[in-house]
Design a protein around this ligand. Sequence first.
Ligand code: AMP
Ligand code: GLY
Length: 429
Amino acid sequence: MNILVIGSGGREHALAWKIAQSPLVTRLICAPGNAGMAEVAACVPLDPSDHDAVVALARAEDAGLVVIGPEQPLIEGLADRLEAEGFLTFGPSKVAAQLEGSKAFTKELCRKMEISTAAYEQFSDAEAAKDYLRTQKMPIVIKADGIAAGKGVIIAETLDEAKAAVDEMFGGKFGEAGASIVIEEFMEGEEASFFALTDGAGILPLATAQDHKRVGEGDVGPNTGGMGAYSPAPVMTEEMIAATMTRIIEPTVRGLADAGIPYRGVLYAGLMITDEGPKLIEYNARFGDPETQVMMPRLTSDLVPVLLEIAKGELSATALDWTDDAAVTVVMASNGYPGSYEKGTVIEGVKEATDQTGAVVFHAGTGTKDGKLVATGGRVLNVTARGASVTEAIETAYQAVDHINWPGGFCRRDIGWRALEREAAPSLD
Ligand code: AMP
Ligand code: GLY
């Protein structure tokens, strides 16, 4: 079968790398892809928001399955369009993708289904929002309703800060995304990511992971798309996973199905592990980036049959096989990221990194110029390693990083610190 993967990030490279290992695949095509994906697939330049072009490519390539990586094309209805054109598609419909596209949609579902999450109220008027703030405990969280590239969340420590955040959001800083806001209770705890596949009825839990969202070591500084990750997340014990399934994932799938919105794809639950157990921070309608880069190397089952079952709405698999190994990925980003950065800087040593350490390097913003590998984006490489423990995986990942010669880029040196501390001193848990 021919499979088409839409996207060009580290997440899509990890998916393509895994899919390419399946004996079911005759030809793998990635659009637009990147320099790393070109090693496992045929890459075709294309803008995923141009749905006509995606359909034309799927037809030209006789795609038996289309896998949509990023959220934007899902929110814009690419899965609906491909399905209408007769292509089996992995990824939720436009309506179902509101789970990521609209915080208010998700919060309403949470209220209806009594899903474990932070208490909240929604406002479309600044004065009403401020009146509500005066009755609440600080810190408090203020969110723009729509997609604001992960930047539409402000945690206010004081009432004054909270009021200023409300003015800022209604003042147009987040454009359309800020036309409506959600104010929610601040949840204290450790964050983790949980993934499950669903065809709208059946649910197949995947794995857990933790990422590092801040740009600086010690988890400080501005938010990014993610500077590194590891899987499994030690904070996600069997008990926490079971609680996440019954209190969050199962009622979500049921609630959507009851509303006539079957969700077919991956549910990515961003969780806060609090004293009261797991609570939902947010949903994404796609795989995590960089969490996918640590989940795929741990997955020993073939991914393609389950993607096909989900796309058909006929999920029968009840479990997948995973190695007990831990996996860690270190993101290498262009100097200046998440602010402005130079494009086109030359990267050397990726082959040495993989040959000498056994690590896998998933590409994100890369391309080739004059036969050389160059950076084309903010997040550029995901240097990924497995190990019997997180400690071992981290060691290998950084050995691989040290083979890479890229003066135009940087990485955090402390990826996995929480898990490392846990392994070094398990009795303190
Ligand atoms: P979101 O865009 O909803 O994922 O939020 C971005 C980040 O803000 C999350 O990863 C959390 O670190 C933090 N955050 C969001 N909502 C809350 C909350 N209710 N309590 C505490 N932290 C939160
Ligand atoms: N790891 C963060 C994200 O995928 O949104």
